[in-house]
Design a protein around this ligand. Structure first.
Ligand code: COA
Length: 324
């Protein structure tokens, strides 16, 4: 019997570069209070958001992904021809056919890329990072671009105060490549399909959520997933320099950090709060927060970061990474 040949595998992978993109239009809480019964103080206290960005006609899942992805490739010191795989995590593209990844690859100039979209809602980036890392490790891809890109303003009812105050538009991207030293830990992922009705789409194609139930779930179930990711990477909570959870609600972020500190995470662990000026951008929030924190000097190359995404599905995924 013939024996099939396998692609040469590599030992480890790491993030080589990061990039992000946001529309220009800033929307403040006061702007929102003009169209719905809400106010700046309530939003700041309950959600932690001061302002967010909404795109206009020219800003699409594809255009923002192209900008973020191009920046990530440049930050990695690479050219588009150095990559062969594009994954676009998203749940807000207006047309599922054609997929965003093929368009993004073409516009960036990654020829004949393996490309596909991935929908795990707000957990999409961490799912995609796990897949990209495994593709490179297995030898199926030389280097992969994983992008979370969302135009949530397209699917939010602009008068629904339970969603319109939270969600926003953006893209965040990472280039994944081989590394002698492992820089992306195993993914801890899963779904809670019994809670499928907590976040979804209405008949009129608007996003809805059971806010309090999602809040309770996120503040009780996500810290254990994060701890599992730390364990899978062979580390302890005290090894984590930076915590970057999905930027869903600042109170959820703070609750996760508090639980991890109870389990041994350090008081000086840096905790992402990008939601304050970016809003909840679903699959874009984690890579964009990481990119903003790097640019602001809050995190440094070699820092050990814990990522954990969660959202509709309900879906969740987390992993430990070394910052580029
Ligand atoms: N502005 C002003 N007041 C508001 C309001 C708004 N946008 N939304 C609700 N309220 C008021 C309610 O009328 C209510 O007033 P009352 O106490 O006088 O009756 C009070 O605030 C509490 O309402 P409730 O619906 O219980 O709000 P909440 O504290 O649960 O906050 C969310 C709502 C949506 C902000 C919160 O549940 C949340 O963030 N959940 C998690 C959602 C999330 O992270 N989703 C993304 C997952 S990826």
């Amino acid at each position: 019997m013939s024996t099939l040949r396998l692609a040469p595998a590599v030992q480890g992978t790491r993030i080589l570069g990061l990039g992000s993109a946001q529309p220009e239009r800033v929307v403040t809480n006061d702007d929102l209070s003009q169209v719905m019964d809400t106010n700046d103080q309530w939003i700041r206290e309950r959600v932690g958001i001061v302002e967010r960005r909404f795109g206009d006609e020219k800003d699409t899942v594809v255009s923002m992904a192209v900008e973020a992805g191009s920046k990530a490739i440049a930050a990695a010191g690479l050219a588009p021809s150095d990559l062969d795989t594009v994954i676009v995590a998203n749940c807000t593209t207006k047309k599922p056919i054609p997929n965003a990844a093929a368009q993004v690859a073409e516009l960036i100039g990654i020829k004949a890329a393996g490309g596909f979209d991935l929908n795990a809602a707000c957990a999409g980036f961490c799912y995609g990072l796990g897949v990209a890392s495994d593709l490179v490790r297995a030898g199926s891809s030389r280097r992969a671009l994983i992008i979370g890109s969302e135009k949530l303003s397209d699917i939010v009812d602009p008068t629904d105060r339970s969603t319109a105050i939270i969600f926003a538009d953006a893209a965040g991207a990472a280039v994944v490549g081989p590394s002698d030293e492992p820089g992306i830990g195993p993914v801890a992922w899963g779904t809670a399909g019994d809670l499928v009705d907590m976040i979804g789409m209405t008949e009129s194609a608007h996003i809805f959520q059971e806010g309090q139930s999602v809040f309770r779930w996120a503040t009780t179930k996500i810290a254990p997933i994060a701890l599992r990711a730390i364990d899978l990477a062979g580390l302890k909570p005290s090894d984590i320099d930076v915590l970057i959870p999905h930027q869903a609600n600042l109170r959820i972020v703070e609750a996760i950090a508090k639980k991890l500190r109870k389990e041994g995470a350090r008081e000086d662990m840096v905790v992402a709060d990008d939601i304050v000026y970016s809003g909840n951008t679903s699959s874009a929030s984690i890579p964009m927060a990481m990119d903003h924190m790097r640019a602001a000097g809050q995190i440094h190359s070699g820092d050990v970061a814990l990522l954990v995404g969660f959202g509709a599905g309900l879906s969740y995924a987390g992993q430990v990474v070394v910052c580029p």
